[in-house]
Design a protein around this ligand. Structure first.
Ligand code: MN
Length: 194
């Protein structure tokens, strides 16, 4: 049995404003993630998935039980996503090793922005580690790098529910606001060591 309190926000619900409003956090974390958790619990009750850790559910259900996979992956992806953010007032720098892998901080942001804008419909944009290489990839709907042997380093949720209350159709403004103000580069640096 999973609960929303197992996946707490690492900051107050208004801590990301004005770039991400407390209204967006209320619906995104409280309602959307809450629904994924409820759906997952309903689907796994009484099955072999019921006693598995979340990551094992994801790796076992892919290509086998799409409803279980979708809800489990969305719980994982959102917990990771919310930890990728931090209040804008906390000073942090992009890890130099990561910037260097993409030809500099500005080039990384530009490549990430282009990828995030390329997602058609609902999905995610990621920086992942693939062996010794860092890559920017996108995934559709609930799909997640951990199901494909890749180590997630950073992600941005580009489902419309992530930004529509604050930015409506202006996904590019949401991407820029997050990359310029809200990335928890210390969390990213921790992920690079995994
Ligand atoms: Mn979302």
């Amino acid at each position: 049995m999973f609960t929303l309190s197992q996946f707490p926000l690492p900051y107050a619900s208004d801590a990301l404003a004005p770039y991400i409003s407390s209204d967006t956090i209320f619906y995104h974390h409280g309602k959307h993630v809450g629904t994924y958790i409820k759906n997952l619990n309903d689907l796994i009750a009484g099955t072999a998935y019921a006693d598995m850790p979340l990551v094992d559910i994801i790796k076992t259900s892919i290509n086998r039980d799409p409803k279980v996979f979708n809800n489990a992956a969305q719980v994982y992806n959102h917990d990771f996503f919310f930890h990728c953010l931090r209040p804008a007032k906390e000073e942090m720098q992009m890890p130099a090793e990561l910037a260097a892998a993409f030809g500099g901080a500005d080039a990384l942001k530009e490549q990430f922005r282009t990828a995030a804008l390329s997602v058609f419909g609902s999905g995610w944009t990621w920086i992942v580690r693939d062996g010794d290489a860092y890559k920017i990839i996108t995934t559709a709907n609930a799909d997640t790098p951990i199901a494909h042997g890749l180590t997630p380093v950073f992600t941005l949720d580009v489902w419309e529910h992530a930004y529509y209350l604050d930015y409506q159709n202006r996904r590019a403004d949401f991407i820029d606001a997050v990359l310029d103000n809200l990335v928890n580069w210390e969390f990213v640096a921790e992920n690079m060591k995994k």
